[in-house]
Structures are given as C-alpha cells and as structure tokens.
Design a protein around this ligand. Structure first.
Ligand code: NFS
Ligand code: SF4
Length: 627
C-alpha cells in the first residue's frame, strides 16, 4: 500500500487537459493565469461598492471613502457580508431539507429512515413523542424547524446541545443567533451604506451570523438528512477519477442537497434503467460524486467519490461522463461551455443554480421520483453519443472507509470500552487516549481547494504531518475528498501514523483520518466537541483540539470558520480572509474575539509553518491541562 501523490494527481490532470486542448476547452488553470495578478484592493478587503457614490478604494492618498468610511469599516463590512453569504447558503440548503422532510410519507418519494433519531431530536425539542405516528411527528418537526428560520422571539433551539459554559459565553457576548434568516438580514442591514463601520460590531455580527449557520441552518440540514436518508455508519468506498467506468454509463452527481442525489442513486439501480443501459451497449450505470453531494452519498451509500471542487472539470474531460447532474453551490459555470465540447449533458435542477448551456430539469421533492427517472434516462440515452476517441479515464483510485457520524464514532468507541466498568455511549475512551497522551489531540480539517494554494497539497501534507504526530484528524467537505483520493482513508494508512494513533487505529479498526461528511456536517463536529467537553468537564476551548481550513475559498467556509471559532475552537487558515487592509479587523479576528469566545483565528500561508503552529497550539493546551 502507498498513497497516491499530488504529483500523480497533477500528471493525471495534465493528461486530461491535453484532451481539453484538442477540443478547444477552457480550464480553470488557464483562467487563473488570465486573472493573475488579482486586484490588490479586493485582496486586502478595502474596496467598497455598497453605494453608487463609489466604488471607493482606500489608498494612502485617499484614506476614506466618499461617505468617510475608513479601511477598517470597509474591510469589516466586506467580511460580514461574506459571512452572511455563506450563512444564507448553508442555511437555505438546511431549509430545503426541512421542506423535504415535510413531504415524507410511508409510500412517498421520501421516507423516515432513522425514526430513532427523529424521536431523539423531538424529545430534545420538548415535543410529545409517546404513541405518535412517526410521519405525523416528522411533519410537526419539519414545521418547528422551519420556524427556526423566522421566529420573532428567542434564539436557536440547537444551542442547548452545547455545554453550559459555551452557552453562557454566547449569551454574554450577545452572539446567540436569533432566527436564522434574521442574522443574515441583520448582517445585510448593518452593512448597508451608513450603518455600522466599527470593526468590533461587524466582527461580532459575523460570529452571530456564522452561529446561525452552524448551530442553526446547517444543523437542521445534517440532522434531518440523517432522519430521511439514514445516519451514516462506516462503509467502504473508493475515490478519485478511476472510479469512473469506461464500459458503463457514468452519472456524476455534484452539488450539495442529498434530496436530489439520493433519488438519482435510487433510479440508477432501477431494473428498467439498467436494462435500458444494456440496450444502449453499456454494462450498467455508475454513479459517482463531486463536492459535498459526493460526501453525502458516500457516507450513506458508499457511492464512490470522483473528486472534489477543483476536479469538477476533470470529470467532463474524461470524455466518459454521460451527465453531470447538479443542484446547488460550488458548481463552475464553466461546466456549461465545457460540456458542449464533449457529449456530456450538464443538467441543472434547481431554480437557485441556473446556468447557461445547461439542460434544466427542475427537481421538486413532490415529483422527485419522476424527475430523477427523467434525469437518469437522459444520461443513459446519451451513452450512444460518446466520442470514443476522447475517452480517457486516469487509472487512479484508492479505497476509503467513510461514514463517521458522531453516532458512529461513539459506537466505534463502545466497541473498545470495558462495559463492566465504563458507561457506554460516551466519548470517554477517546478522552482517555488523549489524557494518557496516546493521542496528542485532534484536528478538524475542512474546506475547499483553491488555486491560490497548490490544490490538495496543503490538505494532504498537513494530514500526513498530523497523523505522524499522533493527532487524529476529522474531516469534511473537499478536504475529506483530498484525503480519500490520496489513500489516507484506507485503513492501511495507519502505518503512516505515530505509534499511539496507529494503536488506536488497530484497536478500533478505523482509518487515521475520519470522514464526518459534507460541509453542513461540520455541525456534527460541533456536537462532537460539545460531547467531549461534557464528558471531560472541560470547556471546549481547553481541549487539545483545533480547526483548519488550509485551502478554503467560499463564503460558506468563512461562515463555518466563524462558528467554529465562536464554539471555542482555534481555527487555522491557509488562505487570507481578505481583511489584511485593516489592522483593526485583523486584530479582532486573530485576537479580539478570544475574550468573547476563548478562541480566535490564525492565518499562515506557509503550509509547513501552519502545521507546526497547530501542533504547538495543541501542545500548549495539553501543557495548560498538565497532561
Ligand atoms: Ni464546502 Fe461543499 Fe467543497 Fe468548499 Fe464547496 S463543495 S460546502 S464550499 S468547495 S468544501
Ligand atoms: Fe464609498 Fe462609502 Fe459608498 Fe462605500 S458606502 S462606496 S465607502 S461612499
């Protein structure tokens, strides 16, 4: 066993780009060149275009915009708007899931798969569960969850899952999120021309907006997806472009909302569709994923992961993609023109993400079965149009074990607990490993890849370094896919670990890096941190645990960063959050917020130093605990 190297990833990409050149395709690699150098004002966050007296840019000669706003106000407002964009996006995904939950029926497109989890959440929310019909309960829960988006009074229900200490910090800092939509609205209001320009106030609302995502909308997304599609448990799968099959119809699902991808998977297995594929000369139908949708179906069904964010063009460049089916978020508009260079159908499905040069097949929860069947049929019928001379699937793939929800992690730990002495169903065995020093700590690695950083390199190198130092890594989003493609989610990767982590991997039969899901599933990580805190009696901020997004790019990632920091977890970024033009905003993010939430950001673009800084922070926390 050996890992696939980033050099091998790159060689495979180069080979695909040759095909691209042959057919006259554009690529992100070319567009990066055209966009370099980037606008410095934008990079530093000191360009303001929120009113038409501007745009205003801050320079030595012009230290204030026309309204008199300085660099700090402009960078702070930009940061808050960036956060609000991410919070809105994750939360709206969560809302869609709540609406899907409203359609569940015993004979419907969507059903309740994890009734136990639904009942558990209902009890948490103080909803009567005794003797209730499970579908009636699901509908009530869906309505209550939807109310969280617009309730006029009170704060998010999910906050109660946090340890009391954390809840108190949130209350005192006034960052408990009220209605989810309200925190986005407030952010937009505060950043309208002529409102807040005080960095402290803008950063505070950025935390609160982020909180409405991680402890609001994203948590709804994760929890109710589990209720409908099943709570993930360990499952074997494969990752990288080599999961595409030359002799089969390849359907790539890309985007985020599992309501679509789950249905596509169902209908790709439909005997009628498989028979149709055979008549078209294909040996079957192969579904593989890109981006977070891939994480969702990999975690629950073991559907292989073709790639992450910056590989989305690659799947089309294989020439073997019959359809790339997308819902929302992180979808390159480039897929439209690119798919036109091949036989690939670029199928958009959501009114939220409509793009030129795509076939729009509207997907609705109510008509999901019909819609999915139509999409699968379109893909299958397209097999005949494949241009054989353009087909090249790089033969790179690795095995991966995925599916580590909090429930699955706790269950795994139960397996090694001495049930005579210890209580089952806790994180205590993990805490014991940490206290004894067998494990030094944990890092949550998340986020995208980004051409500003050598793609995937930072993720993979950091993971290798961390596991070698006996630090267990939990992953989500495109970071998780980088790991899987490299082979780090293969259980045999235990040999790359330090002696302590290796022993833990052997005892518990886990890979050294654990896939916890999509980006909305970072809410799972918040629940895990809360459980660790409650089981240890320590505040979250004192645990030797940090967060890291080495290659992040999206607004969603900033929203995540804000709620992770607000939850008391120091967060390390490898890409600048575009506030460097303001010393004050930089201060608030990297130091100031610590007095509210006991954690802050560190930005370090040198990957080696970033890894060292995380290890140092973990060791500092251990020393402070005397362990
Ligand atoms: Ni997260 Fe998922 Fe990937 Fe980044 Fe995009 S897919 S929600 S934003 S690019 S990790
Ligand atoms: Fe310029 Fe102020 Fe208008 Fe921004 S709000 S564009 S700084 S005048």
């Amino acid at each position: 066993f050996r890992l696939t190297t980033v050099e091998e990833f790159e060689a495979a990409t180069d080979r695909l780009l040759e095909t691209g050149a042959k057919v006259g395709a554009d690529s992100w690699q070319m567009r990066v060149k055209n966009q370099t150098p980037h606008c410095k004002f934008g990079e530093e966050g000191i360009c303001c275009r929120i009113c038409s007296m501007g745009p205003c840019r801050i320079t030595k000669k012009a230290p204030r915009g026309i309204c008199g706003c300085d660099a700090h106000g402009i960078a702070g407002r930009n940061f808050l708007r960036f956060t609000a964009g991410g919070a809105a996006t994750h939360s709206d995904h969560g809302r869609e899931i709540c609406h899907t939950l409203h359609t569940v029926a015993p004979d419907g497109n969507y059903k309740v798969k994890d009734a136990e989890k639904l009942i558990r959440i209902a009890k948490e929310w103080g909803v009567e569960t005794e003797g209730r019909d499970i579908y009636e309960l699901a509908h009530e829960m869906s309505e209550l969850a939807l109310m969280e988006y617009g309730k006029p009074f009170g704060v998010q229900r999910w906050l109660k899952r946090a340890p009391e200490h954390t809840q108190k910090l949130w209350h005192d800092a006034e960052i408990e999120p009220r209605a989810i939509d309200r925190e986005v609205s407030t952010a937009m209001h505060m950043t309208h021309m002529g409102n807040s320009s005080k960095p402290e106030a803008l950063v505070r609302q950025a935390l609160r907006s982020g909180m409405s995502d991680g402890w609001g909308g994203s948590m709804c997304g994760t929890e109710f997806s589990d209720v409908m599609f099943g709570t993930p448990k360990p499952v074997d799968t494969e990752a990288n472009l080599g999961v595409m099959k030359e002799d089969q119809v390849n359907i790539i699902v890309h985007g985020h909302d599992p309501s679509l991808s789950e249905m596509i998977c169902e209908y790709a297995d439909d005997p009628e569709m498989v028979a149709l594929a055979k008549t078209m000369g294909a040996n079957g139908i192969n579904v593989a994923g890109v981006c977070c949708t891939s994480n969702e179906v990999a975690m629950r069904r073991g559907v292989p992961m073709a790639g992450n964010f910056l590989q989305q063009e690659n799947v089309v460049l294989t020439g073997a993609c019959e359809a790339i089916v997308v819902d929302v978020q992180c979808i390159f508009p480039a897929l439209g023109p690119l798919s036109k260079c091949f036989h690939t159908k670029f199928i958009t499905t959501s009114p939220i993400a409509q793009m030129p040069d795509s076939d729009f097949i509207r997907f609705n929860a109510e008509t999901a079965g019909e819609n999915a069947k139509k999409i699968v049929r379109t893909a299958v019928e397209n097999f005949a149009n494949r241009k054989q001379e353009l087909v090249h699937i790089p033969q790179l793939k690795q095995k991966a074990t995925v599916g580590y929800s909090v429930e699955a992690i706790v269950k795994t730990l139960d397996g090694v607990t001495n049930s005579q002495v210890d209580v089952l169903g806790t994180t205590k065995p993990l805490l014991e490993c940490i206290t004894s020093g067998v494990l030094r700590g944990a890092v949550a690695m998340v986020g995208c890849n980004n051409p500003r950083v050598r793609p995937d390199y930072a993720h993979i190198e950091l993971m290798k370094k961390l596991i070698k130092n006996d630090i267990i890594v939990i992953l989500s989003g495109c970071s998780a896919q980088a790991a899987a493609r490299a082979g780090l989610m293969d259980k045999r990767a235990k040999d790359l670990c330090g002696a302590g982590l290796k022993r833990v991997c052997e005892l518990t039969d886990i890979p050294p890096v654990l896939h916890m899901g999509s980006c909305v599933d970072i809410s799972r990580m918040m629940v895990l941190a809360s459980e660790l805190s409650k089981d240890s009696g320590l505040p979250i901020s004192k645990l030797p645990v940090v967060g890291c997004a080495p290659e992040w790019m999206s607004e969603k990632a900033v929203s995540i960063g804000n709620y992770v920091v607000a939850t008391g977890i120091d967060t390390f970024l490898g890409v600048d959050p575009q506030v460097s033009g303001s010393s004050e905003v930089t201060y608030w993010l990297t130091e100031g917020v610590r007095k509210w939430v006991e954690a802050a950001y560190t930005v370090e673009k040198d990957i080696e130093k970033l890894g060292d800084a995380m290890i140092a922070r973990i060791e500092e926390k251990r020393a402070a605990l005397g362990i």
